[in-house]
Design a protein around this ligand. Structure first.
Ligand code: ADP
Ligand code: MG
Length: 780
């Protein structure tokens, strides 16, 4: 997680405990500068959307956003959010505090938001100054609701229009022949042009259904008087013109072009041009003169319809485009425009980072560009803030790198006041994106705007006729220079050529001089254009490179994970197989030779008993032998009994001998059984030995596999290292590009063209890395 580095003197960076990070900017105050100019940090408001019914029924974590007071809000990371996960690993905090100019909770009404946010800008606008309001946040956070609202709950835009009409009162100029021209000027229209304007307007109104609810009748309660009405004595009148356009994929599309609704026609994009005084404007943008709030409401509806129709036709989401509604107020005195002010309300594209599954082809381009223009807006704000910080002055502000910032550069540079309403929802599921939004706004809040008390003299509008030539010459605008900037025709036309032959030498010299000046201006313009193209291309390439780099590293990561998983599975399978095999072979051998241990012991006992019996009998036999050898006493005293005793002894002897023999044979049998059992034991031992050998063999195989997996992990690491190399190369490429954009293009002009140059810059480091890669990965 990257943290916002608050370097502004007015800002405090607080860290309370180790779980709490605070982004607080203590100043939103206004300072008066000498000469009446005023200095003020950009006003950044926060609006927290209420939970929808679905969100409440989803049983999500409902406590992610805590509004502490009207200026401080706390974000608490919910379980499962990336922020919580990283804070659990000790990276970053799970609790963040942010401060805003003002915070509006879910219960805040649209009218309260209008009163508290744009009231001061509204007075500026009616007073002849420019105003710009952004709504920023992820999709579904309430940006459009805040800007446009609903018929029952009108948002800021209808309220601004309503307040303007209230201010104008009866001083509306309905001639329709004075129209905005370029960025700050006005144009006088001929009657046939007025007719065209009227028919274009009628066509728009005809295609908006009548059943639409007019704004006033539904939601708008009367706005409190913002600025006193122009006095009756003051003979000035006011004309109100509006334009509605969107920026999608860095292309500007007019939302008030009737052709957009027809199914067949592809909508064409408009160019953003420079008016020669450094102000950008959208060329050929349609401006509609509106006379009532109802008309304004119809124009808004027409534009909205066009926007969603175009999005549906091309299968895009309108949340990916920036939509801009601009109101121009022309102050007219004696049929001359004496003052022009504009109020732009910009509903920015959803700030969520692009969906990773869609980063291919058109989608990648789309996501990249959306991110790009928001990224550039962020970069501009950061650079503006840094330039205002002591010791960091003069860093380059990349206004020209996106259409959005190009169009509003003047406002950021003091020709008006900008403010931002940050919209967030309280859903745990989008917590990480919301945190990102808050950090972005923390930077915006520190941008200091210096607004001159009165519009600069050069801002006074120049009134031009149909041919684009100024009608009122107040000597401020160098019209010739303006013309030379805007002239798209050939420098020398046929008429000039015809006159050449008649011209004197002096006239010719003058002509050459003027042509030289024109040529110089043209060259300058071309150079600026070339620089812009270079920048745009460089950025686009860099963007693509970064996206593909990200994609690649993600793929490597996924590959690595799947390899690891596969290896682990293979180990498990091998282990199981070995265990099974060992068990099986043991069981096979044992089945044949198996003698239960108890039986074996019982047999041994029997053998022992029998052995004992044999020795007893042997003892008995020898004692009997002794008896037979000394029979004399009994034999001398007994004559008859002697014979029978002898016979009985013989019988007994024989009997005993027989028994002995039988026992001997039993003994022999048992001995044989013992030998046999011992042999079996030996066999079992051999089987066990074999099993052990098999097991050892398998475990050595396992070792081999593990070694292989280790090698694979190493090569994986090597690839990751190569990745780091690539990152470094990208960084160097970036710095080269930065150098490219800073150096005057004359010095940088490549001999073989820009594309070849960029391709060289991009491909040359790649070549070295690709030659290196196979060498490193050749040995597994
Ligand atoms: P976004 O333009 O940022 O994508 P939307 O303005 O379309 O978001 O708002 C999304 C939804 O939430 C809409 O249905 C809108 O009516 C509703 N909504 C937004 N903000 C509020 C609010 N403050 N009160 C009530 N409903 C709101
Ligand atoms: Mg929206």
């Amino acid at each position: 997680m990257s943290t916002v580095n608050l370097t502004n003197e007015d800002s405090e960076y607080m860290q309370t405990g180790d779980m709490d990070m605070t982004y607080i900017s203590t100043s939103s105050q206004q300072t008066e500068l000498p000469g009446g100019a005023e200095q003020q940090t950009m006003r950044v408001y926060l609006r927290v959307r209420p939970f929808s019914k679905e969100e409440l029924s989803d049983k999500e974590d409902l406590d992610c956003v805590g509004i502490e007071n009207s200026q401080t809000v706390t974000l608490i990371a919910p379980k499962g959010s990336a922020n919580m996960k990283s804070s659990e690993k000790g990276i970053g905090m799970s609790l963040h505090k942010f401060s805003f100019s003002q915070i509006f909770g879910p219960e805040m009404m649209q009218s309260e938001i209008f009163e508290a946010t744009v009231k001061s800008q509204m007075s500026d606008f009616l007073d002849g100054k420019n105003a710009l309001l952004f709504s920023y946040g992820v999709t579904n956070a309430g940006k459009t609701y805040t800007i446009q609202g609903t018929p029952k709950q009108p948002g800021i835009l209808p309220r601004v229009l309503d307040a303007t009409f209230q201010y104008i009162g009866g001083h509306l100029y309905d001639g329709m022949d004075l129209k905005p021209y370029l960025r700050n000027d006005a144009q006088y229209l001929e009657p046939d042009q007025v007719k065209q304007e009227k028919s274009a307007k009628a066509a728009i109104f005809a295609s908006v259904k009548e059943e639409c609810e007019p704004l006033r009748s539904s939601g708008l309660e009367s706005c409190s008087a913002l600025t006193s009405n122009p006095t009756e004595a003051d003979g000035s009148q006011f004309a109100l013109w509006v334009a509605f356009f969107e920026i999608y994929n860095e292309c500007v599309y007019d939302l008030l072009q009737a052709s957009l609704c027809s199914k067949s026609k592809k909508r064409s994009s408009l160019r953003v041009c420079d008016d020669g005084a450094g102000n950008c404007y959208v060329k050929d943008l349609r401006w509609i003169n509106i006379l009532t709030l109802d008309e304004a409401s119809k124009v808004l509806q027409f534009g909205n319809k066009n926007r969603s129709a175009a999005a549906t036709k091309l299968n895009q989401s309108s949340s990916r485009s920036h939509s801009i509604f601009t109101i121009k107020l022309l102050k007219i005195e004696d049929s001359t425009v004496t003052r022009i002010s504009e109020f732009s309300l910009c509903d920015l594209a959803g700030s969520e980072r692009c969906n990773k599954t869609k980063t291919f082809g058109e989608r990648l381009k789309e996501a990249g560009n959306i991110n790009n223009s928001l990224l550039i807006l962020g970069k501009c704000l950061t650079a503006l803030r840094n330039n205002q910080t002591e010791g960091m002055k003069n860093s380059y502000i990349p206004f020209r790198e996106s259409k959005l910032t190009k169009l509003f550069q003047a406002v950021f540079c003091g020709k008006g006041r900008a403010s931002m309403i940050v919209n967030i929802n309280q859903c745990a599921s989008t917590y990480d994106e919301t945190l990102h939004v808050m950090k972005f706004s923390a930077v915006a809040k520190q941008v200091v705007q210096v607004i001159p008390d009165k519009p600069l003299k050069s801002l006074a509008p120049c009134l031009v006729g149909r041919d684009g030539k100024p009608l009122v010459k107040n000597g401020v605008i160098d019209t010739q220079a303006l013309e030379s900037f805007l002239c798209e025709e050939e420098l020398l036309d046929e008429e000039d050529e015809a006159n050449m032959s008649l011209a004197t030498e002096n006239e010719l010299a003058n002509m050459i001089e003027s042509l030289r000046t024109k040529l110089l201006a043209e060259r300058k313009r071309n150079l600026v254009q070339e620089m812009e193209i270079r920048n745009e291309m460089g950025d686009a390439m860099l963007q693509q490179l970064m996206e593909s780099e990200e994609l690649r590293s993600r793929q490597i990561e996924e590959l690595k994970e799947s390899f690891e998983e596969k290896l682990e599975n293979t180990f498990e399978i091998y282990k199981d197989a070995i265990r099974q095999h060992a068990y099986q072979s043991a069981m096979n051998n044992l089945e044949d030779d198996y003698v239960a241990f108890d039986e074996f012991i019982a047999e041994q006992d029997k053998v022992e008993t029998l052995k004992r019996k044999v020795s007893e009998l042997e003892g008995l036999t020898s004692s009997i032998g002794g008896l037979c050898a000394v029979p004399t006493v009994d034999q001398s005293c007994q004559t008859h009994p002697y014979k029978s005793t002898e016979a009985a002894g013989d019988d007994r002897c024989k009997h005993l001998y027989k028994e002995k023999c039988a026992i001997d044979s039993i003994c022999e049998d048992k001995q044989q059984l013992i030998i046999c059992l011992e042999k079996r034991l030996k066999d079992i031992n051999v089987t066990l030995e074999n099993t052990r050998d098999g097991y050892l063999e398998k475990s050595s195989e396992l070792d081999d596999l593990q070694r292989k997996s280790k090698d694979q992990t190493e090569s994986m690491e090597e690839i990751l290292w190569q990745n780091v190399d690539k990152d470094r190369e990208i960084a160097s490429l970036k710095s080269e590009l930065a150098k490219l954009s800073q150096n005057p293009p004359m010095q940088l002009r490549p001999k073989r063209g820009l594309l070849a140059n960029i391709r060289d810059a991009v491909t040359s480091p790649r070549k070295t890395s690709t030659t290196r890669t196979p060498r490193k990965t050749a040995h597994p």
